[in-house]
Design a protein around this ligand. Structure first.
Ligand SMILES: CC(C)(COP(=O)(O)OP(=O)(O)OC[C@H]1O[C@@H](n2cnc3c(N)ncnc32)[C@H](O)[C@@H]1OP(=O)(O)O)[C@@H](O)C(=O)NCCC(=O)NCCS
Length: 133
């Protein structure tokens, strides 16, 4: 029984498929989504017609929270939606938050502006962390 009810498998796959291997690399997208739906969590922003505007996918099953994906609909980017959804998540937990981002992905600016710092660089992949006091 999936633990995530606020977003569907189809919505995640449709939103990520066109971006995969451009901004990030997910080998098996279907498996990735199943894992999120089974043991992960999602926060979503929708419009009044229930269209998906932005979401964050994360795992909260370890000492540190792990953000797996942040996405905003292409027509709604640059309006602060991702920043808002990330802020909401930060406000909900006192855990440190970890994420990984490709060094050329502009999403790194979102994370930097939200207080994340680079703690590891492995090839093109950066690990970033928001350390809580
Ligand atoms: C990354 C992404 C989620 C940002 O969504 P968004 O809703 O447009 O972001 P916001 O409008 O909330 O921007 C937040 C901050 O990040 C900065 N930022 C976001 N995208 C940026 C870009 N392409 N270049 C420079 N800065 C950027 C904004 O300037 C903003 O800073 P500000 O508050 O000082 O103005 C969106 O571009 C996306 O869906 N990308 C594809 C999926 C992806 O790669 N996700 C990350 C995987 S690690």
């Amino acid at each position: 029984m999936p633990s995530v009810h606020n977003i569907s498998e189809q919505e995640i796959i449709q939103s990520l498929q066109p971006l995969n291997h451009r901004f990030f690399h997910i080998d098996d997208l279907a498996q990735y989504v199943q894992k999120i739906l089974n043991i992960g969590n999602a926060e979503v922003i929708r419009d009044t017609d229930n269209n998906l505007l932005s979401y964050i996918l994360y795992y909260d099953n370890q000492d540190d929270m792990f953000v797996s994906m942040v996405w905003t609909h292409p027509q709604h980017q640059g309006k602060g939606l991702a920043k808002k959804i990330l802020r909401n998540l930060i406000g909900k937990t006192s855990k440190n938050i970890i994420l990984e981002v490709h060094k050329d992905n502009p999403a790194k600016y979102l994370y930097e502006k939200s207080g994340f710092v680079v703690i590891k660089q492995e090839g093109d992949l950066w690990t970033m962390k928001l350390e809580r006091v």
